[in-house]
Design a protein around this ligand. Structure first.
Ligand code: F3S
Length: 387
């Protein structure tokens, strides 16, 4: 990969050890993916925050970088392993809490905005169309690519952090025009679309290809659900929706492969999700609940009585929570409003065996990362479980 004289001096350690480490990582990535050069980025979003996922090895890496490095573009952070304020209520051990707070401190020292959310695009880090980004977190980067029309690869946590420190990322993959064209047309033949199930069906069928959807008119929240489910079921980092997303309609679709999604495919997705019954945790907010979703839930729950003894979590970001305190008062009569974290990256396996969720992404990760059996329901179905 070509480096400018200035980039060479960073690589030689002339601007500090933290910058050198970050540049070494970017050069290694650039060489692996055959990038020709580095390109400046407008923002970064980092995964690798929960103590459950990064452990002591991750802490060492962060401590090393935070000694003398700082991010130089707006940079946000994914959910951590606990609610910073209510961790005791969540049953988190003091040792876990101590290590988790230490991780967040390291990110703060690096200059990162520590709102801890997987939906930065709804509040703390909103990209513009055409901007170059280095984003980790599969739902967020897919949303940024597909719905906003910004450009990011599917970064890992260390790659995104290195890019945030250097302010650049290797130019390959989805930064290049030719890789942003759709490669398969998906015709959706359903009267009513469940976007978690659709995402599961399409993600598992297309893998890492770029789908072009016909026959759907999703809202912003439905696009968020779809992006998350497809990224988890396959590795979709970019999709187009005819008449909805900014880059749909600029490519030639002639001769392209086709996939039809109807009732049968959606039922197969539902059957794959359902592995348990009688949940002891009911969790909403994967990806983190938006203001609109919180308002919708509050209007469904207002005036109802709580039923059942399963614990209920509503996961959102602190930034979103601050925008709708009255609605959250309603939700908190039915369960815990949990900020900074989510049902997947906190150690729920220490307290729960079966989780009910409306999220396709959570259905993919709860069994593998949290040893959970899963009950899949729509939002309506989850509301019915608790009222
Ligand atoms: Fe976000 Fe956690 Fe789901 S990070 S997308 S709520 S698995």
């Amino acid at each position: 990969m070509f480096l400018t004289r200035d980039e060479e001096s960073v690589l030689a350690g002339e601007k500090g050890e933290g910058l050198r480490t970050a540049m070494e990582l970017l050069v290694a990535l650039g060489d692996i993916y055959d990038a020709k050069e580095l390109v400046p980025i407008s923002s970064a979003h980092l995964s690798g925050v929960s103590y459950k996922t990064i452990g002591e090895g991750g802490i060492e890496f962060l401590e090393r970088l935070s000694k003398d490095a700082k991010v130089c573009v707006p940079t946000t952070l994914n959910p951590a392993g606990m609610d910073r304020q209510k961790w005791k209520e969540m049953g988190i051990s003091p040792r876990f809490a101590d290590r988790q707070l230490h991780i967040i401190d390291q990110y703060e020292r690096l200059g990162v905005n520590t709102d801890c959310s997987c939906t930065p695009y709804l509040g703390t880090n909103i990209p513009q169309k055409g901007q170059t980004l280095a984003w980790a977190e599969s739902n967020a980067l897919s949303f940024a690519n597909s719905v906003i029309g910004a450009r990011t690869n599917r970064e890992g946590g260390p790659g995104a952090l290195a890019a945030a420190i250097v302010g650049k990322t290797p130019r390959y993959g989805l930064h290049l025009d030719e890789n942003r064209a759709p490669s398969i047309i998906v015709s959706v033949e359903l009267d009513k679309v469940d976007y978690s199930l659709l995402g599961q069906a399409v993600g598992s069928a297309v893998g890492g290809r770029v789908p072009y959807f016909r026959g759907i008119r999703p809202t912003v929240d439905q696009l968020k659900t779809l992006a998350a489910a497809m990224a988890a079921a396959g590795s979709v980092a970019l999709f187009h929706v005819e008449g909805v997303t900014p880059e749909a309609g600029i490519h030639d679709l002639k001769g392209m492969d086709r996939l039809v999604i109807g009732k049968r495919e959606v039922e197969a997705a539902r059957n794959k999700f359902e592995t348990g019954k009688d949940p002891d945790l009911i969790a909403l907010g994967c990806p983190h609940l938006s203001v609109e979703e919180i308002r919708d839930l509050a209007s469904r729950l207002r005036g109802k009585r709580r039923k059942g003894d399963a614990e209920v979590w509503f996961c959102t970001s602190r930034c979103t929570a601050a925008k709708c305190p009255r609605e959250l008062d309603v939700l908190s009569k039915f369960g815990h409003v949990v900020c900074d974290t989510c049902m997947v990256v906190t150690p729920i396996e220490e307290r729960f065996k079966t989780t009910a969720t409306n999220s396709g992404k959570a259905c993919n990760y709860l069994p593998t990362l949290c040893s959970q059996k899963v009950v899949y329901r729509t939002t309506d179905g989850l509301v019915e479980m608790i009222t």
